[in-house]
Design a protein around this ligand. Structure first.
Ligand SMILES: Nc1ncnc2c1ncn2[C@@H]1O[C@H](COP(=O)(O)OP(=O)(O)O)[C@@H](O)[C@H]1O
Ligand SMILES: O=C(O)C1=C[C@@H](OP(=O)(O)O)[C@@H](O)[C@H](O)C1
Ligand SMILES: [Mg+2]
Length: 166
């Protein structure tokens, strides 16, 4: 059984996942990073050159494969909108990192380019969260509020709950 982090862009899946795995001494993979490595270019360029549908196909293939081989995974924010991925998540520990639109827009503004948020980060996040929140809720086995908490605090809490003592 793997620990799988889901949630909106800016929730902290990539950052928290890496730290959590380190604390637990477990293997970690960020699905988006793996796709970038395999294709040889950033997600933003895959969207621009091949389109979102192509990215989603790569995302499905990579997520299903990596679920079998890693202990802790950070998924992309849109991965749970794919039915095959949702089915594959059954039986895994799925942690929804919850974030408000305000905090998520502040966080992603400082970070790498996210093609789906280009143009109007806040407006796009509102739309994405409206569409995805019920899905995150349905798929999650645990919900963790991240607003007002640093990524290390979130990771340390999750690690402690799993038996790591400070
Ligand atoms: N709990 C948090 N509090 C403040 N900033 C955070 C938190 N979690 C992540 N960040 C920052 O927000 C940005 C996006 O985090 P990231 O892990 O890439 O999110 P995701 O993978 O969910 O899109 C990064 O710059 C990261 O350092
Ligand atoms: O929300 C989305 O649909 C996406 C989120 C991104 O990952 P993060 O959630 O890590 O930003 C990345 O998979 C891609 O840009 C699409
Ligand atoms: Mg990420």
């Amino acid at each position: 059984m793997s620990i799988v982090l889901i949630g909106a862009p800016g929730a902290g899946k990539s950052t928290v996942g890496k730290r959590l795995a380190k604390r637990l001494g477990k293997s970690f993979v960020d699905v988006d990073h793996r796709i970038e490595q395999v294709v040889g270019k950033p997600i933003a360029e895959i969207f621009a050159d091949e389109g979102e549908a192509h990215f989603r196909a790569l995302e499905q293939e990579a997520t299903l494969e990596l679920l079998e081989s890693h202990d802790v995974l950070a998924l992309g924010g849109g991965a749970v909108m794919n039915e095959a991925i949702r089915e594959a998540l059954e039986g895994h520990e799925v942690i929804w990192l919850k974030v408000s639109v305000g905090q998520a827009s502040r966080r992603v503004g400082l970070n790498t380019v996210r093609p789906l948020l280009l143009g109007n980060v806040r407006g796009r996040l509102i739309e994405l969260l409206r569409e995805r929140t019920p899905v995150y809720e349905a798929v999650a086995s645990q919900v963790v509020e991240t607003d007002g908490r640093g990524s290390s605090e979130v990771a340390d809490q999750l690690a402690r709950e799993r038996g790591w003592e400070q």
